[in-house]
Design a protein around this ligand. Structure first.
Ligand SMILES: *[C@@H]1O[C@H](CO)[C@@H](O)[C@H](O)[C@H]1NC(C)=O
Ligand SMILES: *[C@@H]1O[C@H](CO)[C@@H](O)[C@H](O)[C@H]1NC(C)=O
Ligand SMILES: *[C@@H]1O[C@H](CO)[C@@H](O)[C@H](O)[C@H]1NC(C)=O
Length: 604
């Protein structure tokens, strides 16, 4: 009967309506790009005039450029932990109280705890295809060389092509090492051996035990041998390239690596063009050992550092072209940032400048001066985020967590720890929940805020009234953007001691340290108003700033209340967790073959 077939017009309307609503409700893709150690002053769109970054500049023109985008930490491991979890690294135990502040061994047992929730894990639960391509630096194993308890797979990334640690000086021959002990080790060993041998020789005349001396001598030789062996095999042990759970190259070749990573990203996007995906593209560049593929070598006026920036820009261009070709630009949120400021102390073994530029901002990586934490921040999503807009409100790299989680269709988690949800104590705490950062005793504190209202112009002010700047696990400084003023106050409780003085860097230790013996404490805190003095060159005093006392009092109180919101957790940076453990060492061949592996055939 005719009445059983709907009239064609109605059918068309229905089809039109349903495809429109499909467009509306289709979940956006995410392409999140993070460059390593890139300075805010290295990009054309942030004012660099001699490096060429046309692809990144175009991305900024097509979206929002943040000028006060703050990394939650000034070092890789904690900053990345915060980025993925939306929480200050101290809350997950991902910051240490001594040196170093990052993982230095692939075979260490510290890492992002499995109890932490990353945005990738949540997106995956929301039906997303998820991938991490490039650097991880958040741990690998806990108890055996293949348990992969901290592997990207354990944190929601279904696909992984990259390096569980980071690019290190040791990863390329001729670039030196990050293990500073060995510079004096040969001499020290030599002296000890010489003295022991002499003592042994004359021990007949001295009241000394030959056996004890001999034992000492052997011990020293064994330790020296192990250390030398470690420095020599470092690249084989630490510089490992994985595809999912298997090692494909050990040590990895940096030649063409960014190009291979880019190709992996393109293939991943092509394969998943029809479903929602989340790609975290995490460059190994521009960290030392500095490298650039043949096509980029010699293209910049800033040595291999500049060449590497050019290669990064090329890669961004390839990724954006792919999104365009697949017709995904209006359905993809793209983000580009750096994990922290440029590492100013980086000079090559031959003295070539391997550092980036933090523009007008003071100091760099491993400090809470603006140069260490104010990073590029570009967000683009055609049709959804306005183009060519600059936002100068203080925002954090932790904000990506709630932003991605909400857009993926999930609610920002506030799951409970410790107390059963129906218990009386729990409900009491929940009732008091007017200021979560103060009273959140049982819930997972998320420190980031959803950025969409700010990006889309529905809000003018950042939701961060305060931001806290940590140097490792020490609360170093506070930033306050009072609701009623345009000031951005920054108060330091301590600052690193620079060396040589006046250089705004710590050349004697290669990075600035935060441990008490390397810093100067300030009481009252050292106060700046970044809205008037972005370069932090004129500390304010009670004489020069009428509001000095009330501002410092408000900031000190905020710091106290923040401190009480931090629950003690197991540190992932204890000496025991950080040390190299042979039984955790990923090794693709045998130890006798130095864990060496064939190169992976390059993908066509
Ligand atoms: C890097 O790529 C170039 C061009 O594709 C190629 O000629 C070169 O052999 C590659 N290098 C390595 C080490 O594979
Ligand atoms: C551009 O970047 C290079 C390399 O980091 C740096 O040496 C130079 O000073 C920067 N130029 C400007 C104008 O910031
Ligand atoms: C802004 O608010 C603070 C309290 O939050 C107050 O102490 C201060 O006087 C106010 N400043 C102005 C300019 O209204």
């Amino acid at each position: 009967m005719a009445s059983q077939t709907p009239p064609p017009l109605l059918l068309l309307l229905l089809v039109g309506w349903s495809s429109a609503s499909l467009q509306e409700t289709r979940k956006p893709n995410f392409v999140l790009m993070m460059v390593d150690d890139l300075g805010i002053g290295d990009l054309g769109c942030y004012g660099n005039t001699s490096l060429r970054t046309p692809n990144i500049d175009r991305l900024a023109l097509e979206g929002v450029r943040l000028t006060q985008h703050i990394a939650a930490a000034s070092l890789c491991t904690p900053s990345r932990a915060a980025f993925l979890t939306g929480r200050y690294p101290i809350r997950s135990g991902m910051s240490g109280s001594s040196r170093p502040g990052v993982f230095l061994f692939t075979a260490a047992s510290g890492g992002l705890p499995p109890t932490e929730l990353t945005f990738a894990k949540i997106a995956k639960q929301q039906g997303y295809q998820t991938a991490l391509i490039g650097k991880w630096h958040l741990g690998l194993n806990c108890g055996s060389s293949e348990d992969h308890c901290h592997h990207p797979h354990a944190h929601g990334f279904s696909f992984f092509f990259g390096v569980p640690l980071t690019n290190l000086r040791d990863c390329q021959p001729g670039h030196g090492t990050v293990f500073r002990i060995h510079r004096y080790l040969p001499y020290g060993t030599f002296v000890v051996v010489l003295l022991s041998a002499a003592a042994l020789h004359y021990s007949g005349a001295l009241p000394l035990r030959r056996g004890l001396l001999l034992g000492l001598l052997v011990l020293v030789l064994v330790l020296a041998g192990l250390t030398a062996g470690f420095v020599w095999t470092g690249p084989y042990l630490n510089c490992v390239l994985f595809r999912d759970r298997s090692i494909v190259e050990q040590p990895f070749r940096s030649e063409n690596l960014t190009q291979r990573m880019t190709r992996e990203a393109v293939v991943f996007m092509e394969r998943n063009a029809a479903r929602p995906f989340l790609l975290f593209f995490s460059f190994l560049q521009v960290h030392t050992a500095m490298f650039a593929s043949a096509a980029f070598r010699g293209t910049s006026r800033h040595g291999v550092y500049g060449d590497a920036v050019h290669e990064v820009d090329w890669s961004v261009g390839q990724i954006m072209q792919t999104l365009g070709r697949l017709g995904l630009r209006d359905n993809t949120l793209v983000y580009l940032s750096s994990d922290q400021g440029a590492h100013l102390e980086e000079l090559s073994a031959a003295g070539e400048v391997h550092r980036g530029s933090n523009g007008i901002y003071k100091a760099g990586k491993s400090t809470s001066w603006e140069g260490g934490i104010r990073v590029p921040g570009i967000l683009s999503w055609s049709g959804r985020i306005p183009a060519g807009v600059e936002i100068s409100e203080p925002v954090s790299n932790m904000d990506l967590f709630p932003t991605v989680v909400r857009l993926s269709g999930a609610a920002v988690p506030k799951d409970r720890w410790g107390l059963p949800e129906r218990s009386r104590t729990f409900r009491k705490v929940e009732q008091q929940h007017t200021r979560p950062e103060r009273l959140c005793l049982t819930c997972r504190v998320i420190d980031g805020h959803d950025l969409m209202d700010l990006l889309q112009g529905r809000e003018e002010r950042s939701r961060h009234e305060f931001l806290f700047h940590y140097c490792n696990s020490y609360l170093n400084a506070v930033r306050w953007h009072p609701r009623n003023s345009s000031s951005v106050w920054k108060a330091f409780f301590f600052t690193p001691n620079f060396y040589p003085e006046g250089q705004a860097a710590c050349f004697h230790t290669h990075v600035c340290f935060c441990t008490p013996d390397y810093v100067t404490h300030h009481d009252p805190p050292l106060l700046f108003d970044l809205s008037r003095d972005p370069s932090e060159s004129r500390p304010l005093t009670a004489d020069t700033e009428p509001a000095f006392r009330s501002v410092v009092a408000a900031m000190t109180e905020a710091a106290e209340s923040h401190r009480t919101s931090v629950q003690p957790v197991e540190s992932q940076f204890s000496a025991e967790k950080l040390m190299w453990k042979p039984w955790l060492q990923p090794c693709c061949s045998s130890f006798r073959q130095l864990c060496q592996c064939q190169q992976e055939p390059e993908r066509a």
